[in-house]
Design a protein around this ligand. Structure first.
Ligand SMILES: NC(=O)c1ccc[n+]([C@@H]2O[C@H](COP(=O)([O-])OP(=O)(O)OC[C@H]3O[C@@H](n4cnc5c(N)ncnc54)[C@H](O)[C@@H]3O)[C@@H](O)[C@H]2O)c1
Ligand SMILES: [Zn+2]
Length: 386
């Protein structure tokens, strides 16, 4: 069956040892006069902003730091940074941070004029037009936001997180330097790493999967399954951290070419209403959704087994391989000490119907799930994690 698909990604991506060195050349090449550096206070207090700032100073470019951003911002909190950016007179954007920072920087890059706000983009994402080039330097591995045309904001009125998708938000440049995630606290490394794992496996099993997205999703899945544990456990495991950064970028490209599915769909209300971190809510849902999907995804899981298991292949049948893959993901979530239940976030049985209703609203992603998710199915999945 011939269907339509295409591939979009940032213009230039730098990775490997001392990748940050390229920052100076990028600024000079673009004749930048003043750079707006988007970040947050957590990154600043971890001393991480010092690395890129040293390169910006070496390029003799003026800069302004925009750091007043909480994790997983609401659209109004992100808008405050967009407004600060507009007033700054900067002609280039550098984002140094996780998905929250990168998404806000991306939104700023398409909201230069007074005409529209983020609230307008929630109704019609296509209103935004890129007016300034962007460079993404991720400090988590991660959301893949450095690769995608998506920006996700919380919408308190709807008690939901909403994804704004506009290809004008795809970054111009990306620098993946493992030094930026070297000291990432284990808890954040674990949650953001499992987010990338979800991106890879969801895109691989998505109704929108195609030869382009498969290439990126499968390589990402292989890298993540085999390197996430050392990357999170061992502060010195720079090779594993480098692989996780590359993998989360690749998984971001897979999102752009394909699309995530029911894990992300059912996760959005957990972030929007209960403020559970994106990676954590995905990690809680990953195994229950994969088990729900298994009847229609066995072949896909078995192909992933053939590609990602590098030692002796002990499984021979499709059923065995599929069960092994789900067990592997379950083992990773457990090893990384990520919560597997919503109880500790204060979610109770009384919240169930609200969750089902809000989750079912995320049709943009639910349509990608190979097994149809009915409200009864969503209820059964949420019930397992309460
Ligand atoms: N645009 C996309 O394609 C996409 C995809 C997935 C998720 N997201 C969104 O991204 C956001 C989550 O991003 P995230 O998971 O990267 O986390 P985050 O950006 O919200 O950061 C979480 C916390 O980690 C801290 N932090 C980040 N890097 C650090 C480091 N290296 N060392 C020490 N502390 C560090 C931050 O200061 C912050 O307090 C959510 O809003 C989510 O919905 C976007
Ligand atoms: Zn995600």
């Amino acid at each position: 069956m011939l269907t339509k698909y295409n591939l979009k990604m940032p213009h230039e991506i730098f990775s490997g040892e001392d990748a940050l060195e390229n920052l100076k050349v990028i600024l000079q090449k673009n004749g930048v006069k003043k750079v707006a550096v988007f970040t947050d206070k957590g990154i600043q207090s971890a001393g991480l902003l010092d690395y890129p700032m040293a390169k910006i100073q070496a390029a003799e470019v003026e800069s302004v730091i925009l750091n007043d951003l909480p994790p997983e911002p609401t659209y109004a909190q992100a808008q405050a940074l967009v407004d600060a950016y507009k007033a700054s007179g900067a002609d280039f954007i550098v984002a140094v941070g996780g998905g929250s920072v990168m998404d806000t920087a991306k939104l700023s890059s398409i909201l230069a004029t007074e005409e529209y706000t983020i609230k307008d983009l929630l109704d019609d994402p296509s209103l935004g037009k890129k007016h300034v080039k962007t460079l993404m330097i991720p400090t988590t591995a991660g959301t893949g936001a450095e690769a995608t045309p998506n920006a996700i904001v919380a919408v308190p009125e709807k008690e939901l997180k909403v994804g704004i998708v506009n290809e004008e938000m795809i970054a111009d440049y990306v620098i993946l330097d493992a030094v930026m995630i070297k000291k990432l606290p284990r808890k954040i490394a674990a949650a953001t790493g499992v987010d990338a794992l979800c991106h890879a496996i969801e895109c691989w099993t998505s109704n929108k999967a195609n030869p382009f997205s498969d290439l990126f999703a499968m390589e990402a899945l292989d890298l993540i399954l085999n390197h996430i544990e050392p990357a999170c456990d061992d502060p010195e495991a720079m090779d594993a951290k480098n692989k996780m950064q590359i993998a989360s970028f690749l998984a971001g490209v897979a999102i752009t070419a394909s699309g995530t599915t029911a894990v992300h769909a059912l996760s959005y209300p957990l972030g929007g209403k209960y403020h559970i971190a994106h990676g954590v809510s995905n990690a809680i849902l990953l195994v229950p959704v994969m088990k729900f999907n298994e009847p229609v995804c066995r072949e896909k899981f078995a192909q992933a087994y053939d590609r990602c298991v590098h030692g002796e292949h002990t499984c021979t049948t499709v059923n065995e391989k599929s069960a092994y893959m789900i067990g592997w993901m379950e083992k990773i979530v457990k090893h990384l000490d990520i919560p597997t239940s919503l109880k500790e976030f204060g979610v109770s049985g009384e919240d169930l119907e609200g969750l089902v209703a809000a989750g079912m609203e995320v049709t943009r992603l639910l349509v990608n799930n190979m097994r149809e998710v009915t409200p009864e199915d969503a209820r059964a999945i949420y019930q397992q994690i309460l």
